[in-house]
Design a binder for this molecule. Structure first.
Ligand code: ATP
Ligand code: LTN
Length: 335
């Protein structure tokens, strides 16, 4: 029997801070579960984070930390292509070319652009506007079948498909048309202080998010302070956003269903439940924290991983980029 070619997966994360429990449950944990079944590529999207003003020394440190966090989260560099976006120049090159096939109107409609321009009124730069063209380049360079992201990235994926179809319509089948892939649990982890907003690593209120490197005591305390409601029953119901979010987290971490959770805490108050959620999250994150601490002492190993990742990525991405350059009519350099 002919063996089927594995589907290819690609996803990225910006080095804008220590990853949150939302990033972990919504994205990275799914990436980990895919590494055996698929051909996966995961990268630190440092070029994307330049769309918001960064302190250079901080960005450099955070990019390395982000790569280390991906390794510590259980992504195996032997099984996955793991690299830093700016180390592979093809991303910026294809990003530029795709900008020339992206329309002002469609980029203006992106909700992330609208949200981020409202948040950074003093710096509404062209990169922020063009962000989706670079993201499309990331995905299309590797001919990805599936792109595992949280629900907040759906519109960017739709845009990627539109640009790819437009380009293929003009020049023939150059790009594979990717699909979004959304995990079953943890697709949207909410803020612990305002459970109607998503948990975000750039929230100014430290109590609103759990970072995957938070100290165990801090984690339990943040859950103890989580905003809930004035009832007492641990039950998943409309309007109980805070409890629903905590139940979602507990379920994602323990594998228990909502009914099982309600039974487990029947007759107990929110206090006991919050401590249980905190302790379960501490146990989930413990191996990541231990591995992260170990990797801090393995600088050469980490460097070798991202060096090899960039080399392989440049080779794979280069093939697509050459095809694109030829199609649009760029004169090849003399040999
Ligand atoms: P920032 O706060 O800097 O905008 P972020 O925390 O929203 O960042 P990103 O780097 O933009 O995170 O996203 C990385 C991945 O994590 C994406 O796939 C995104 O969909 C996912 N993700 C982010 N926040 C959540 C959340 N609260 N719940 C589930 N998934 C999330
Ligand atoms: N925009 C994404 C990060 C990102 C990405 C990508 C995700 C940049 N390029 C390519 C998937 C595929 C975000 O999570 N904010």
């Amino acid at each position: 029997m002919e063996t089927e070619k594995k589907k290819s997966i690609l996803s990225g994360i910006q080095p804008t801070g220590v990853f949150t429990l939302g990033n972990y449950l919504g994205a990275i944990r799914n990436w980990k579960s895919m590494q055996d079944e698929f051909d996966c590529a995961y990268f630190v999207a440092d070029l994307h984070s330049l769309t918001v003003r960064q302190d250079p020394a901080d960005l450099k440190k955070r990019s390395l930390d982000a790569y280390r966090m991906l390794l510590a989260s259980g992504l195996d560099p032997e099984k996955n292509l793991m690299f830093i976006q700016s180390h592979v120049p093809a991303h910026a090159e294809l990003g530029w070319i795709l900008s020339c096939y992206s329309l002002f109107g469609e980029l203006s409609r992106m909700t992330q652009f609208k949200d981020k321009s409202a948040k950074h009124e003093d710096n509404i730069n062209a990169g922020l506007f063009d962000y989706p063209a670079l993201m499309a380049a990331d995905i299309l360079l590797y001919q990805a079948d599936l792109v595992p992201v949280g629900a907040d990235q759906t519109q960017h994926l739709e845009f990627t498909r539109d640009v790819a179809n437009r380009f293929n319509g003009l020049y023939g089948d150059v790009f594979k048309i990717p699909e979004g892939y959304y995990g079953k649990t943890g697709a949207r982890v909410m803020s612990l202080q305002d459970p109607t907003k998503k948990m975000s690593k750039s929230d100014t209120n430290q109590n609103a998010f759990i970072s995957i490197l938070d100290d165990p005591k801090v984690i339990v305390n943040k859950f103890k302070r989580a905003v809930t409601d004035s009832e007492t029953e641990v039950a998943f119901r409309e309007g109980k956003d805070g409890i629903n979010n905590l139940m979602g987290i507990y379920s994602a971490v323990t594998g228990k269903s909502m009914d099982e959770i309600t039974q487990e805490f029947a007759g107990k108050g929110y206090g006991d439940f919050k401590i249980a959620v905190g302790e379960a999250v501490v146990e989930e994150l413990r191996p990541i924290q231990e591995e992260y601490a170990r990797l801090l002492t393995e600088k050469d190993y980490v460097e070798a991983c991202y060096k090899k990742g960039a080399e392989t990525a440049a080779y794979v991405a280069g093939k697509t980029l050459s095809k694109v350059k030829k199609k649009v009519g760029l004169l090849p350099p003399a040999k």
